[in-house]
Design a protein around this ligand. Structure first.
Ligand code: 5GP
Ligand code: ZN
Length: 112
C-alpha cells in the first residue's frame, strides 16, 4: 500500500464505500460525488499512479477495463463513458489510477 493513498485504503477495506463489484484484482465502487446517475470508479487493488503506470501491467490494465465494461452492463447502460483523468491539469485529484464509468444521462462531446 502506498503511504496515505485514499484508494489503497478503500481497496484494503479501511474506508467504507458502496461496492458495485469486486474481484481479486479490482474494486468497483460508487463515486462519493456523482457526476451522472451512474458514476462508478474502478480501481486496481495494487497502487499505480495513473494509466501510464498501469499500462506497464497489461493483464491488470485489461482487468480494469473488463470491470468497467462489466459495471456498465450490470447498471444496464448501453451508452456510457469511461474516463481516466491523468494529471492535475486533466482533473486527476486522487493519484491511484481509477476508471470513471459514467452513464444514465446525455453526454456532451467534446468533454470539458
Ligand atoms: P479524479 O478527480 O482523480 O479523476 O477522481 C477522483 C474521484 O474520487 C472523484 O470523482 C471523487 O468524487 C472521488 N472520491 C474522492 N474521495 C472519495 C471517497 O472517499 N469515496 C468515494 N466513493 N469517492 C471518492
Ligand atoms: Zn494507492
Amino acid at each position: 500500500m502506498a503511504d496515505d493513498c485514499l484508494f489503497c485504503k478503500i481497496a484494503a477495506g479501511e474506508i467504507p464505500v458502496d461496492v458495485v463489484r469486486e474481484t481479486d484484482q479490482t474494486v468497483a465502487f460508487r463515486d462519493i460525488n456523482p457526476q451522472a446517475p451512474t458514476h462508478v470508479l474502478v480501481i486496481p487493488r495494487t497502487h499505480h499512479r495513473d494509466i501510464g503506470e498501469l499500462s506497464r501491467d497489461g493483464a491488470l490494465l485489461t482487468a480494469v477495463l473488463q470491470e468497467a465494461a462489466a459495471v456498465a452492463e450490470l447498471e444496464g447502460l448501453a451508452d456510457y463513458r469511461v474516463v481516466f483523468n491523468t494529471g492535475e491539469g486533466a482533473g486527476q485529484t486522487v493519484f491511484h489510477v481509477h476508471a470513471h464509468v459514467l452513464g444514465g444521462r446525455a453526454m456532451t462531446w467534446p468533454p470539458g
